[in-house]
Design a protein around this ligand. Structure first.
Ligand SMILES: N[C@@H](CCC(=O)N[C@@H](CS)C(=O)NCC(=O)O)C(=O)O
Length: 224
């Protein structure tokens, strides 16, 4: 049985959404955000203190994009992954990792220096620079979507889950009004998927059931 350690709408939303897309059995363990401060016993499970943590037998993973790759390859070969022999394999891996490395990372600087830090440590210049950085990198997504509904292989794949989470985070940061039409329509297309909707409802209900705040992690204001 797979166990996913998750905070509401944190990067762990990627594997949660994918698990729902794949229809796999799993157990969802909700944590308050940030777990490093509010659930210190979690450090015994993951010394980084970060979510997601995914445990599948002897396998323990702490990188959300890698989890997407792992779950799609191991549990749905030919379904939500792209096979090594497929001409779209390189594009698939590129998008899958771009979702975290290029599209999510700059947003974490925006989040940290606009909301997470104490008022004295906030950095409006960092917020402006990395918001622009993110929006500039998003042009690659816009270009791809001029030709197709999904990023690669002519169908929905785990790469769309990875990039889709970066778009969800951007909405929490108020960057959505600066999306192009193609990106806005794409985000809507992803968010209308039944598995995405189920993941949203499940995280909310599981937070209630497990006594964890239901507020989305990017909306938490630890420094306020
Ligand atoms: N690159 C990792 C980043 C994991 C990460 O930093 N997660 C954030 C939530 S989105 C976290 O747990 N932050 C809490 C902390 O840094 O204490 C991934 O993609 O999973």
């Amino acid at each position: 049985m797979i166990t996913l350690h998750h905070c509401v709408s944190a990067r762990s939303f990627r594997p949660l959404w994918l698990l729902e897309e794949l229809g796999l059995p799993y157990s969802l363990r909700m944590l308050p955000f940030p777990p490093r401060a509010l659930a210190r016993q979690f450090l015994q499970d993951n010394p980084l203190g970060t979510v997601p943590l995914l445990v599948d037998g002897e396998t323990r993973m702490t990188e959300s994009a890698a989890m997407c790759q792992y779950l799609a390859a191991r549990h749905s070969p030919g379904g939500l992954d792209v096979a090594v022999a497929d001409p779209a394999y390189g594009a698939y891996l590129n998008w899958l990792h771009m979702g975290e490395a290029t599209l999510t990372f700059p947003q974490t600087l925006v989040l940290r220096y606009s909301h997470f830090e104490t008022v004295e440590r906030r950095q409006p210049q960092v917020v402006e620079d990395y918001s622009r950085w993110f929006l500039a990198r998003l042009r690659a997504v816009d270009t791809a979507l001029q030709q197709q509904d999904f990023l690669c292989a002519g169908r929905f794949t785990a790469a769309d889950v990875s990039v889709g989470y970066a778009l969800l985070l951007a909405e929490h940061l108020g960057l959505q009004p600066q999306f192009t039409d193609a990106v806005r329509r794409y985000a809507l297309r992803l968010q209308q998927r039944p598995a995405y909707q189920r993941a949203l409802q499940l995280q909310h209900q599981s937070a209630l059931d497990q006594g964890v705040p239901t507020i989305a992690s990017p909306d938490v204001r630890p420094g306020a």
